[in-house]
Design a protein around this ligand. Structure first.
Ligand SMILES: NC(=O)c1ccc[n+]([C@@H]2O[C@H](COP(=O)([O-])OP(=O)(O)OC[C@H]3O[C@@H](n4cnc5c(N)ncnc54)[C@H](OP(=O)(O)O)[C@@H]3O)[C@@H](O)[C@H]2O)c1
Length: 347
């Protein structure tokens, strides 16, 4: 059985490790931790093998670690790196390349060029098959994945008619369960990378202009999207119909805000309280002249997990897209979550 190591066990790493453990076709070889804190004992006694960096393993004594990251990697077929933004590139240089192990990186890495660990930003719906032969691939960030989920079906439903896209990203400050202090400010993000990242997998034929601010909440990102069409903007109903079969998009009515959506996910028992998708807030879709305005929220922690799982399948098994999608669905049950969400927030 193929062995996958998850290096980094924070917000994203713990979710990826859980989905790898739930998949009967791959084995979770272990997870890498870098700070010797007491919670490692609980992770290890829960049945997950924890490894520490060789240079500091002595600091982890008594915490139940199984050995060093350097000793376990050669027996692994793939690493999913879930380290803090920018560290993946360093891990590639210092660990993965010298040990000859293939790796997936997360969206906090620099965009392609300028020291990025890969030239490919993965989006399962856009460039699935391009990842299979590669040894190093970046999974797009939560905002980049969310934009792709919305823009892809829109382009497919109205071929050749999209003329320009403007997206304002309203980004969450921290994740649920993170200790980070949340300051009372709206922060302006200068030169956000997200638009270029989306264009790298979506193609540059439709201009995409992105600006971003960060607000003091832990409850998801929210995107405001204006789409300009040639030949007049379609009706909201036709826009919503574009998402009928789209993976990872729920069309919701009457949700008062992002917290209400997450609270439903928690009450319904979704793993980690994640929906794993974007939520199109349907009553906010309007159409006037050549422009459709839309608002959707983006489950920051959950949205990248199905795509990471698809990427693991592409790189380990080279599976056709439809088969991989069906397997991810079987392991994660996203379509059922979407059904429940759409029932709860029905028109
Ligand atoms: N959070 C999100 O909503 C979100 C969404 C999409 C993408 N991402 C991206 O996912 C990546 C991880 O983000 P996160 O939010 O999960 O971060 P996080 O919660 O801060 O977790 C980071 C983890 O990496 C470990 N770590 C520290 N140094 C490391 C190293 N040199 N090599 C490997 N692991 C190391 C940390 O271990 P210790 O705790 O033991 O120090 C911790 O377990 C980033 O690229 C981020 O941009 C995050």
């Amino acid at each position: 059985m193929k062995r996958v190591f998850v290096n980094g066990y924070g917000s994203i790493g713990r979710r990826i490790a859980a989905v790898i453990s739930d998949d009967p076709e791959v084995e979770l070889a272990g997870v890498g931790r870098h700070t010797p804190s007491g919670d490692i004992r609980a992770i290890a006694s829960g049945g997950i093998r924890v490894y520490a960096p060789a240079a500091r393993v002595h600091e982890f004594e008594g915490l139940g670690v199984s050995g060093t990251i350097e000793s376990v990697l050669p027996s692994c077929d793939l690493v999913v790196d879930a380290s803090p933004g920018g560290m993946g590139a360093r891990n590639k240089r210092d660990l993965y390349l010298p040990l000859g192990v293939r790796a997936v990186y997360q969206g906090g890495e620099t965009s392609p060029g300028g020291g990025a660990p890969s030239d490919l930003i993965f989006n399962s719906a856009a460039n699935y098959s391009g990842a299979a032969p590669l040894d190093h691939v970046i999974q797009g960030s939560c905002n980049v994945t969310g934009m792709g989920r919305i823009i892809g079906p829109l382009r497919a439903a109205f071929p050749g008619r999209l003329e320009r896209l403007d997206v304002t990203l309203v980004r969450r400050w921290a994740d649920i369960g993170q200790d980070a202090e949340i300051p009372d400010t709206v922060e302006i993000s200068r030169s956000p990378h997200h638009g270029d990242d989306v264009l790298s997998y979506m193609g540059t034929d439709v201009p995409l202009h992105v600006r971003a601010v960060k607000v003091p909440t832990r409850q998801m990102h929210l995107h405001l999207l204006d789409a300009r069409f040639s030949g007049g903007a379609p009706d909201p109903g036709d826009v919503h119909a574009a998402y009928a079969g789209a993976p990872g998009v729920a069309v919701l009515w009457g949700a008062g805000g992002t917290r209400q959506v997450r609270e439903f996910a928690e009450t319904a028992g979704f793993a980690f309280g994640d929906t794993g998708m974007v939520h199109l807030h349907a009553e906010m879709t309007s159409s006037a002249g050549d422009t459709v305005k839309m608002i959707y929220s983006d489950d920051q922690t959950g949205i990248v997990i199905p795509d990471n799982h698809m990427l693991v399948q592409a790189m380990l098994f080279g599976r056709p897209y439809a088969e991989a999608r069906a397997h991810t669905e079987q392991v994660m049950g996203t379509a059922q979550k979407r059904r429940l969400l759409e029932e709860r927030f029905a028109r």
